[in-house]
Design a protein around this ligand. Structure first.
Ligand code: NAD
Length: 497
């Protein structure tokens, strides 16, 4: 049995709490790994290491920090296959998809390599006689990140490269379901020259999370995960006086107008709904077919859905791997089983799908539900599995009204050849990330990622300029070097002249 340890103060630290969580290989269903679950004392040790490291890291020159990040980028690039293999072993996604996740995480390291440009600040000279004003941004101190299972490398990389580039030190609490990739990320950071204590990884459950939220030495918390936990994290972090950004769940709609190329739309719906077995916060889980195209679009999606190759992520011919746990697989299946009774048409039912030689794996086939009533559980809830709902709308207006009445607002997309309609959609839709003929509009590293409504709590999106802003605080310095004749008493409020 492999045990995944914490990474504190630049070294691997065995768990001391006596508590361990199971880590499964979702393709086989076997548990051959366990992860140490931190106690309050172990979280405190990680925060103490980060606090100590901050004393020198916070003032380390931009040149040195940048040089380390460049080395880190090269190491991640060189070891991307190893990181992807760990992801596939514990998460289940296919190797090519895991490599894609690493590549998108690398974008944020590249952003961090350019941090000197982002931290330049602003200077106004001669705002008043002999007075200059500079706005600068400084690090916060120790910051924490709490991440979900579905992107065990990319989501941590959304956070800590920017945080440490800005001069903070970091404590990461990754998902306990697939913790190994985050440890390799930390080991490679150390190899690149990140000093001990600057990046720490503590594994754990609610005990570890709650301690990070309460700890007086943690200045800010970044969270990515489900909506109920995101809401909880924001409330508790604010209660303890911390800056917080908490990204939550999603139900992403893809609107298809009657003038769209239906083959392109069907291909994109398949890729965005079933890629990574639907376990993406930017997955398309609802297609809104406008006008008379519904039947034809559903037919084309169904034709493609039944041809997908499902199998272990280590098999290069697999297009979709298993789900994260047996319980999650069964929950996903329950939405498909309940859909017909709630008024949906089950066009493709993948719930009975098994993979030969992997009968104990957490596999499920893909499902397609048509004419799903908005009252059905399959429409209302985030299923987080390979289940695509299709709803019909007579008009564009009806479709946008439906999308905007969703409680989530993470990503959305429109498929059309009509530029005017696409422009209107960009402006009218209530979501944080919009794709025009792009089904999964995850912003590049130098823009910021984040949703609206129940998909984000807090006002900062993650990475890009928002990330830099979140991990720094502003200071404005007003300077005068008076000549000796400038003295004199004046109790009035300072006026510029
Ligand atoms: P989750 O909310 O169950 O867990 C996320 C993190 O919170 C984990 O580290 C977990 O240990 C911790 N946690 C879980 N329960 C907790 C509790 N009661 N108290 C304190 N901490 C707790 O999410 P998950 O199942 O790992 O990930 C899937 C979810 O994440 C989906 O809802 C998905 O949409 C969402 N997600 C959102 C984004 C985004 O950018 N908006 C990105 C990826 C995933």
């Amino acid at each position: 049995m492999k045990t995944v340890n914490h990474w504190i103060g630049g070294t691997s630290v065995e768990g001391a709490s006596g508590n361990f969580g199971p880590v499964y290989n979702p393709a086989t269903g076997a548990q051959d790994t366990q992860v140490a679950l931190a106690s309050v004392a172990e979280v405190d040790a990680a925060v103490a290491a980060a606090k100590e490291a901050y004393r020198s890291w916070g003032t380390t020159s931009l040149a040195k920090r940048t040089a380390i990040l460049f080395r880190y980028r090269e190491l991640l690039e060189a070891r991307k296959d190893d990181i992807a293999a760990l992801i596939t072993a514990e998460h289940g996604k296919v190797h090519s998809d895991a490599l894609g996740e690493v590549a998108r995480g690398l974008e944020i390291v590249e952003l961090a390599c350019a941090i000197s440009h982002k931290l330049k600040g602003e200077l106004s000279t001669q705002v008043s006689g002999g007075v200059d004003v500079a706005s600068i941004r400084q690090p916060l101190g120790v910051v924490a990140g709490i991440t979900p299972f579905n992107f065990p490398a990319m989501v941590p990389l959304w956070m800590f490269p920017v945080a440490i580039a800005c001069g903070n030190t970091f404590v990461l609490k990754p998902s306990e379901k697939d913790p190994s990739a985050s440890v390799l990320l930390a080991e490679l950071a150390a190899e690149a020259g990140v000093p001990e204590g600057v990046l720490n990884v503590v594994h754990g459950d609610k005990i570890a999370v709650d301690r990070l939220l309460e700890h007086p030495d943690v200045a800010a918390v970044s969270f990515v995960g489900s909506t109920p936990i995101a809401k909880y994290i924001q409330a508790k972090a604010v209660e303890h006086g911390k800056r917080v950004q908490a990204l939550g769940g999603a139900k992403n709609h893809m609107l298809v107008l009657p003038d769209a190329d239906l083959d392109v739309a069907a291909d994109n719906a398949i890729n965005a709904a079933y890629g990574s077995a639907g376990e993406r916060c930017m997955a398309v889980s609802v297609v809104v077919a406008v006008g008379s195209i519904g039947d034809e679009l559903v037919k084309r999606i169904a034709d493609r859905a039944t041809r997908l190759k499902i199998g272990p992520g280590t098999d290069p011919t697999s297009e979709m791997g298993p789900l994260i746990t047996r319980e999650h697989r069964d929950k996903v299946a329950s939405y498909v089983h309940g859909a017909a009774a709630q008024g949906a048409e089950v066009v493709v039912d993948g719930t009975g799908h098994t993979v030969e030689g992997h009968e104990n794996g957490f596999f499920i086939g893909v499902s397609l539900l048509d004419k799903v009533p908005t009252t059905a559980d399959a429409y209302q809830d985030e299923i987080f599995g390979p289940v695509l709902c299709v709803v019909r709308a007579e008009t564009y207006e009806e479709a946008i009204e439906l999308i905007n009445s969703s409680r989530w607002g993470n990503g959305t997309a429109i498929f059309t050849r009509d530029g005017g309609a696409a422009r209107r959609f960009q402006l009218e839709v209530e979501a944080g990330m919009v794709g025009v003929n792009v089904p999964i509009p995850v912003p590049v590293g130098y823009h910021s990622f984040g949703g609206w409504k129940d998909s984000l709590f807090g006002d900062h999106h993650i990475y890009g300029n928002d990330g830099v802003h979140f991990y720094t605080r502003g200071k404005v310095v007003t300077t005068r070097w008076p000549d000796p004749s400038d003295g004199g008493i004046n109790l009035g409020f300072p006026r510029n002249h």
